[in-house]
Ligand binder design. Sequence first.
Ligand code: Z5A
Length: 208
Amino acid sequence: MFVTVEGVEGAGKSTLLNLLARELERRGIAFLRTREPGGCGLGASLRPLLLDVSSRLDSRAELFLFLADRAQHVAETIRPALERDEWVLCDRYADSTIAYQGYGRGMDIDRLQTLNDYATKGLWPDRTLLLDLPVETGLDRARARNGREGLSASEGRFEAEEKAFHQRIREGFLDRAARWPERFQILDATLAPQQLLQQALSGLGIVS
Ligand code: Z5A
């Protein structure tokens, strides 16, 4: 089972994945937890280039770095885990490219879909949990967390974008969820983490 978690900045993806991972562990379900960008050796090198505020990336260069990360991640990490019959829990995947580079930066959505098919050899998630919330709430949460945990702006290149950019991304994710309702589960990310976990578990067919 290939499960991705998507949403705007600060939606609570890592928090939900921590809880889900604990539940799978408790039930003895073998899984691999990973993320994009940065879920494989190549991605670890690409992540700072993609997220550092000082990177001056042309939007096409940015796109191809995300796709390079994904191609390697699928080949080296995700597909082998699925072949071992493990669940894969991935924090962001191809829907993020379509939301951020497509809806956010204005690139052609059909072309991005085709490029993602090429990069992943057609591997799309079985289920996608979309954490949906107002962008201001997500950005406030992310800033508060960064302040508390002393994180610098070194990963803040997307956070620094204007509010309208994040709003387009939220709408992009919702458009995709409407187009593939059998794959997406929309979760109201303003709910408490434990409530979100229960909803996610039942959506994934895991009875609590
Ligand atoms: N990107 C792209 O453009 N194209 C692509 O193809 C891909 C990615 C794959 C990666 O950033 C950036 O790359 C991303 C899109 C772009 N940029 N943005 N924006 P990242 O991986 O560094 O960061 P992120 O994915 O945006 O996630 P995040 O900011 O780390 O947030 P999160 O994981 O969703 O949230 P969290 O850390 O779990 O929670 C944030 C805070 O809220 C924290 O203090 C929690 O305690 C709190 N929280 C969490 N859940 C709740 C609930 N339910 N209630 C109240 N408070 C909560």
